[in-house]
Design a protein around this ligand. Structure first.
Ligand SMILES: *Cc1c(COP(=O)(O)O)cnc(C)c1O
Length: 381
C-alpha cells in the first residue's frame, strides 16, 4: 500500500474487502470501530470535518468512501452520503432537487412506497408522471421533466430498462437522472458509469446482506448536485447510527462472495422452477429467455438474487410458503438467509394474488432447490 506505483485493484472481490479502509496505522485496527459521538472537541472557530454528530461522523466517512469506491471505481470526485434507510436516501434526492411546478417521472412498477412519495410530491405542487420500467416506457413521458427516477431491475417485477438510453434522452433535454440501484448493488451495475447523475440505494438489502441493518445512500459524480442532498440530510436530521454504519461497512467485505453465491444460486433455482408446470410468470434477468435478459447483459455484471413467479391462487401460494423449511416467509430481500413472500399481502404492488418474490440466500443451492420443489409438491391441491 505504500509503493508509489501501486495500481488500484480491478477485481470486485479485492475492491470489496478493501473498500474505504484507512491507511494502515501501527496498533490501529484495520477497520476502526464505530465512533459514538454527538459532538467532537472543537476549540475556537468551528472548522474542520467533525464538529457536530448530525453533520458528520468518522464512521460514516469510511462507509461513504467505501460505497463510492464500489459505485464508481477509479473515479475521482464521486461523493456519497449515508442515510438511515433507503427511503431516507430516496426522499433526500427527490425532495431536495424538486420544487413546486417541477415535473418528475417515476416508474409505476417500482418500490411499493413510491406511491406514497408520489402523493407527498403532488401535495407540494410537483407534477408526477409515471410509466412502466419495461420497454423504456418512461421515455414517452419525459418531456420537460426536471428529474427522471429509474428503478432497474424493478422490484418486484424484475423488469429492466436501458439506463444509458434513458440517460441520453434525459440529458439531451436537461433532465437529471437518478437510478435506484438497490436490487443490483454496485457489484451488479454501476449507474454512474452508465451516465446517471445519482445512484441511490437501500443498503438494507443485499449490500449489507444479513437482515440486521437498515441503511441507505446517495452517490453522485457532481459534488454540486450533492450540496442540496447534504443540506436535506442536515435539516431533516435523517442520519444513520454509527453502529449501523459500521455494521454496513463490515458487511461490504463479503459483498462479492455473497453476490456471486446468491446470483449463481438464483439462476439454479430459476432453472429448477422453470421445469414446474404450476409455476407461471417466472422472472429472473439471468435466464437467457427472460424479457429482461438482453438489456441486463449489456448493463449488469450480476443479475441479483431475486426470482419472482406466480402460483395459481393466493391459497396455493400461502400453502407453498408455509411448507418451506429453508426459506423464511418474510419481506425484504438480499440476505444470506433465503426469504420469500406473497407480495400481494401488502396491497401495494400490481401483482397477481399468487405472486411470490423469492430472495435466494447463501445456502447450498441443492438444498434450496430440494426445499422449493418439496414445498411445491406439498402445496398442490
Ligand atoms: C427496500 C427498498 C427501498 C427502501 O429501502 P429501506 O431501506 O427499506 O428504506 C427502496 N427501493 C427498493 C428497490 C427497495 O427494494
Amino acid at each position: 500500500m505504500t509503493s508509489g506505483d501501486f495500481v488500484a485493484p480491478s477485481g470486485d472481490g479485492t475492491r470489496a474487502v478493501r473498500a474505504g479502509l484507512p491507511e494502515p496505522v501501527k496498533y490501529e485496527p484495520t477497520l476502526p470501530g464505530p465512533v459514538f459521538a454527538a459532538h467532537f472537541h472543537l476549540p475556537g472557530d468551528p472548522t474542520g470535518p467533525y464538529a457536530y454528530g448530525r453533520d458528520e461522523n468518522p464512521t460514516w466517512t469510511l462507509l461513504e468512501r467505501a460505497i463510492g469506491e464500489l459505485e464508481a471505481p477509479g473515479q475521482d470526485g464521486v461523493e456519497t452520503l449515508a442515510f438511515p434507510s433507503g427511503m431516507a436516501a430516496i426522499s433526500a434526492v427527490l425532495f431536495s432537487q424538486l420544487r413546486a411546478g417541477d415535473v418528475v417521472v417515476l416508474p409505476d412498477d417500482g418500490y411499493q412506497v413510491l406511491p406514497l412519495v408520489r402523493e407527498q410530491l403532488t401535495a407540494y405542487g410537483i407534477e408526477v408522471r409515471t410509466a412502466p420500467t419495461a420497454g423504456d416506457a418512461q421515455l414517452e413521458v419525459l418531456d420537460g421533466a426536471k428529474l427522471l427516477w429509474i428503478e432497474t431491475p424493478s422490484n418486484p417485477g424484475l423488469d429492466v430498462c436501458d439506463i444509458r438510453r434513458l440517460v441520453t434522452a434525459a440529458h439531451a433535454q436537461g433532465t437529471l437522472v437518478a437510478v435506484d440501484n438497490t436490487l443490483a448493488t454496485p457489484l451488479g451495475q454501476r449507474p454512474l458509469e452508465l451516465g446517471a447523475d445519482f445512484s441511490v440505494a437501500s443498503g438494507t438489502k443485499m449490500l449489507t446482506g444479513h437482515g440486521d441493518v437498515l441503511l441507505g445512500y446517495v452517490s453522485a459524480r457532481d459534488g454540486a448536485l450533492m450540496v442540496p442532498v447534504k443540506r436535506w440530510r442536515k435539516i431533516v436530521g435523517a442520519i444513520p447510527g454509527p453502529m449501523e454504519a459500521w455494521l454496513a461497512h463490515r458487511s461490504l467485505a463479503t459483498l462479492q462472495l455473497r453476490a456471486d453465491r446468491q446470483t449463481s444460486s438464483a439462476l439454479i433455482v430459476a432453472e429448477a422452477l422453470r421445469e414446474r408446470p404450476e409455476v407461471s410468470g417466472l422472472r429472473y434477468p439471468g435466464l437467457p429467455d427472460d424479457p429482461s435478459h438482453k438489456i441486463a447483459t449489456q448493463q449488469m455484471r450480476r443479475f441479483g438474487c431475486v426470482v419472482s413467479f406466480t402460483l395459481s391462487t393466493r391459497a396455493r401460494a400461502d400453502r407453498f410458503l408455509d411448507a418451506l423449511r429453508l426459506v423464511d416467509d418474510a419481506t425484504s430481500f438480499g440476505g444470506v438467509r433465503s426469504t420469500a413472500e406473497r407480495r400481494g399481502r401488502w396491497g401495494g404492488d400490481a401483482v397477481p394474488e399468487g405472486f411470490v418474490r423469492l430472495s435466494v440466500g447463501a445456502e447450498d443451492p441443492e438444498d434450496l432447490v430440494a426445499d422449493l420443489l418439496r414445498a411445491l409438491d406439498e402445496s398442490a391441491e
